[in-house]
Design a protein around this ligand. Structure first.
Ligand SMILES: [Zn+2]
Length: 390
């Protein structure tokens, strides 16, 4: 693989085993892999003058010129003073990942996962997805000139299915819920020939893609990191990426602290959040996943244990919130700041619940991540308003 000089390979978040950049999971224990770097001392002036994640090339696995990119990253960190007042904190911001090319944070992840796959010479990338990952996978595969196939549950939004087709991607719509789509993906990949690569959730370069969110938040705050970041959580990849990113920025000397990370989840599918609350090191079993927030209906998170380690390491926690509060959080978020969908509303509702239990100090700077464009989830918000007679 053609990686940056800083990238040494991958190491396992569970057992510490080191491997090269070509494994998807730890060959020894099946744990989640993350990038290992020779971190050099950096000042902001040392960073390349480039937009988006490319600016952080010294802390990333692939050089800008080698990365499959359609302009992901460089999303705004929008101040939301009304939310800061409501939460009783010094400042609140929304990191609006809805501004990515396909309207989701998933773009950062698939950019690097597809880059890694194509560097290995693959002609086809495969992933199970609740919807946005399949759309991003199709978009980045098209850009790289390779085929893609997404395995999505029947409840996957029409918008995602349509855009997979528009990008020329193949798709299998699996009757049932997300775990049925994962089972179909597992069956298909067991039988597939060698000419494909997985870009499924838990993939190490998806996690590396998420580190850019941390770098950009720190840079936007003039390298003074926030006190807390609240992230709507499905698989837990972005929690791991945020922790790795903030830790790398601190290790390089760009920052001198790292924020507490909070994983916000719908209460019926709170595999990570409930485990964090209970001090467990593995995700809890979700009996009946049933949330209106499709992207977060992930009963068996692919990076759940790694995310729990990351939350613990930062002094953060989990927070589980009911769908009704999530939808209200989304609508209120749209009134106070950038358009937040149901997925992003989980951060608003989660931050409110965290404020209720005094998780924030009065002078804290709190960042909420909006992982999906509000307009991608307009039908959920509209039906919430109609249920209230609006
Ligand atoms: Zn391992």
């Amino acid at each position: 693989m053609e990686t940056t000089a800083a990238f040494r390979g991958l190491s396992c978040t569970a057992c510490g085993a080191e491997t090269d950049g070509t494994a998807d999971r730890c060959p020894d224990c099946g744990g989640v892999l993350v990038g290992d770097y020779d971190t050099q001392a950096l000042t902001p002036a040392d960073l390349p003058d480039a937009p988006g994640p490319g600016r952080f090339e010294p802390l990333r696995p692939f050089a800008r010129a080698e990365t499959v990119s359609i302009g992901e990253g460089a999303t705004p960190l929008v101040p939301v003073p009304d939310l800061a007042d409501e939460l009783g904190v010094g400042a609140a911001y929304v990191k609006d990942e809805g501004r990515n090319p396909t309207g989701a944070l998933a773009d950062r992840k698939l950019s690097l996962a597809v880059t890694a796959a194509t560097q290995r010479g693959t002609e086809r990338v495969l992933t199970p997805s609740t919807g946005n990952g399949a759309q991003a996978s199709a978009a980045y595969a098209a850009r790289a000139g390779v085929d893609s196939k997404g395995f999505v549950p029947s409840r996957c939004p029409f918008l995602n299915k349509a855009m997979v087709n528009v990008h020329g991607g193949d798709m299998r719509v699996v009757e049932g819920r997300y775990d049925d789509a994962v089972a179909a993906f597992d069956d298909a990949t067991d039988e597939a020939d060698d000419d494909w690569a997985s870009v499924a959730p838990g993939h190490p370069f998806r996690i590396e893609g998420a580190t850019g969110v941390a770098f950009e938040i720190a840079a936007e705050l003039d390298w003074a990191v926030p006190d807390a970041v609240v992230h709507p959580t499905g698989h837990g990849e972005t929690i791991v990426g945020l922790e790795r990113g903030f830790a790398a920025a601190e290790a390089s000397g760009l920052t001198d602290a790292a924020p507490r990370l909070y994983a916000a989840q719908p209460e019926t599918t709170a595999a990570v959040a409930d485990a964090a609350r209970e001090g467990e090191t593995e995700p809890v079993t979700v009996e009946r996943p049933d949330t209106i927030v499709g992207p977060l209906e992930v009963p068996e998170p692919a990076a759940g244990a790694a995310a729990l380690t990351a939350l613990d390491r930062t002094g953060g926690d989990g927070v589980a919130v009911p769908d009704k509060e999530i939808l209200q959080g989304a609508v209120d978020g749209c009134e106070m700041g950038p358009e937040t969908g149901a997925t992003g509303g989980t951060a608003v509702a989660g931050a409110r619940a965290l404020a209720e239990r005094d998780a924030f100090a009065a002078d804290d700077t709190v960042v909420l991540v909006n992982p999906v464009a509000g307009s991608k989830e307009a039908d959920l918000l509209r039906s919430h308003l109609m249920s209230q007679g609006i």
